[in-house]
Design a protein around this ligand. Structure first.
Ligand code: FAD
Length: 472
């Protein structure tokens, strides 16, 4: 028996069902386990996977290579040009190494599901078993439906059903593979496979791409940060959130590990603790958008969840879009947020909502442009959360903000960055501005005038939506 574990967004050895079941396929020593990761140039370009996430992936693979080697598991890397080549490359690898079973953990966006269907069919045609496990969600897509048997379109009832089911679910964390005589690793085999790709190192203490760092950070957060998460999470100048998203996005940590650590951090039921309850609600949002991607695959094909919103006349103005990308809109909180993204590869959740709404509503630019730009820049770029967040902000999605409820970025700054600390951190031009002008940028030398009038552009956005709504 030769089992291959095909790693994708699950770059860890702890709590990895595909790896665990691969290793436990047979009690005897006759089952040998090997690992594989496939890099695809076309996938990187089209999805896109940005340079920071690529760097993070490479570093995480180097770490995984060592962890697997401690369990005498070899990690091979293959690079293919086209997405359509993936299944053939997998088959060739299996035949060459006499693999009789492939294990993997599911990924849910449409392209990934199609990739896995093609791989499964080709494997099975060649008498190779193909086993798929679920690790990206605590409750897999499809397992929760309304009383009528339909997938949920709205978060609150989804969350209620999720909470009920999780309370009845027995959760176990799979141990990491036991130590064996370690294999010698050659990092160059991984580094070479990334050659020619654009990688960008993420210079941040939070994100050392290893499982150990992810687990340590989760531990620290559950010990110290989660307690007042509900009070601090909306203030970008404070370190009020877990910063675990890059790890969750590439699977250096599992949502199950996160849930258990959070739930165990309090003595009573987790839902009764405001900090833990609020944090787990965010994990439920993460799952909700994965369930939505499976149930409504149009969202994976550049389509809005609410079809009528495609009739909104979205602007396609490169000059305005570039100003937003580069943090030159003249709206301080938007510019500071975009500069945070461009400098660090991460943006606070409140700011993701503000910037996304500003682009799609006040500037009227097609939300898909912003969705793509985020994926290019983010170290935690994850299709379902990103698409869900963008469609929410643009009022095109499931639970979307009603189109007439548009955040005013100046009021948002006053509310969530009251001392202007975050704005000053990223906009040196505003360092000396005092009082309320820090929220609007008014009177600051060397800082541009707003690209739009916030109130007027808000009314125009409502009008753009209302006009297509009426035609429905
Ligand atoms: P915490 O507040 O500590 O939350 C814990 C975890 O829950 C996060 O790591 C994340 O995995 C999940 N989570 C939190 N909020 C959300 C949410 N609203 N939707 C889905 N999952 C959530 N998240 C990504 O992981 N990748 C993306 O590409 C992404 N793009 C986004 C785009 C927009 C326009 C918006 C509004 C949100 C986006 N989010 C994305 C969700 C959210 O902003 C980030 O997950 C969060 O800021 C990460 O910081 P954290 O790890 O400190 O989160």
């Amino acid at each position: 028996m030769n089992t291959l574990v095909w790693f994708r967004s699950d770059l860890r050895v702890h709590d990895n069902p595909a790896l665990h079941h691969g290793l436990n396929r047979d009690e005897t020593d006759e089952n040998s386990v090997a690992a594989l990761y496939i890099i695809c140039d076309e996938y990187i370009k089209t999805h896109p996977v940005g340079p920071r996430k690529l760097w993070f992936t490479r570093e995480a693979l180097l770490n995984l290579q060592e962890s697997l080697a401690d369990a005498a598991i070899r990690l091979d890397i293959i690079r293919v040009k086209k997405s359509a080549d993936i299944s053939q490359a997998l088959l060739k690898h299996c035949l060459h190494h006499e693999i009789d079973q492939v294990n993997c953990n599911a990924e849910y966006p449409w392209d990934e599901l199609q990739r896995d269907r093609a791989a499964r069919d080709l494997c099975e045609e060649n008498n190779i078993k193909f086993k798929r496990y679920h690790d990206r969600c605590l409750i897999p897509p499809g397992a929760l439906t309304t009383k009528q048997g339909d997938p949920y379109r709205v978060f609150t009832p989804f969350s209620k059903a999720w909470r009920q089911l999780i309370d009845q679910t027995f959760l176990t964390v799979y141990p990491k593979p036991s130590r064996k005589q370690s294999l010698k690793v050659d990092p160059e085999t991984i580094v070479n496979k990334f050659s020619g790709l654009s990688l960008s190192e993420v210079d941040d203490d939070h994100w050392a791409p290893s499982e150990e760092t992810a687990l340590a950070q989760l531990g620290e957060f559950c010990e110290a940060g989660i307690e007042d998460y509900h009070e601090r999470r909306d203030f970008p100048a404070e370190p009020g959130t877990s910063c675990l998203s890059p790890y969750l996005s590439l699977g250096l940590i599992s949502p199950k590990q996160c849930f258990i650590a959070a739930a165990n951090s309090v003595s009573g039921h987790w839902a009764e603790d405001p900090g833990v309850n609020t944090w787990i609600t965010e994990l439920i949002w993460r799952e909700f958008y994965m369930h939505v991607a499976v149930a409504f695959p149009q969202v994976c094909k550049h389509k809005p969840m609410q079809a009528y919103t495609d009739k909104v006349s979205w602007r396609r103005d490169n000059k305005v879009f570039d100003a937003w990308c580069e943090g030159r809109t003249g709206i301080p909180i938007v510019d500071a947020a975009m500069r945070q993204l461009n400098n660090t590869g991460w943006m606070h959740n409140r700011l993701r909502m503000i910037t996304a709404m500003f682009l799609s509503k006040n500037l009227g630019i097609d939300w898909r442009w912003g969705e793509r730009y985020f994926m290019e820049q983010l170290v935690d770029g994850e299709f379902c959360a990103n698409n869900g967040g963008w469609q929410w902000s643009a009022s095109t999605g499931t639970d979307a903000a009603p189109y007439f409820r548009i955040m005013n970025p100046i009021n948002q700054a006053e509310r969530f960055d009251p001392k202007g600390e975050f704005i000053r951190r990223y906009i040196p031009e505003l360092a000396d501005v005092t009082g309320k002008n820090i929220y609007s940028g008014e009177g600051a030398k060397g800082y541009r005038n707003p690209i739009v009038d916030v109130k007027q552009s808000r009314n125009e956005a409502i009008e753009r939506f209302a006009s297509v709504n009426k035609k429905e």
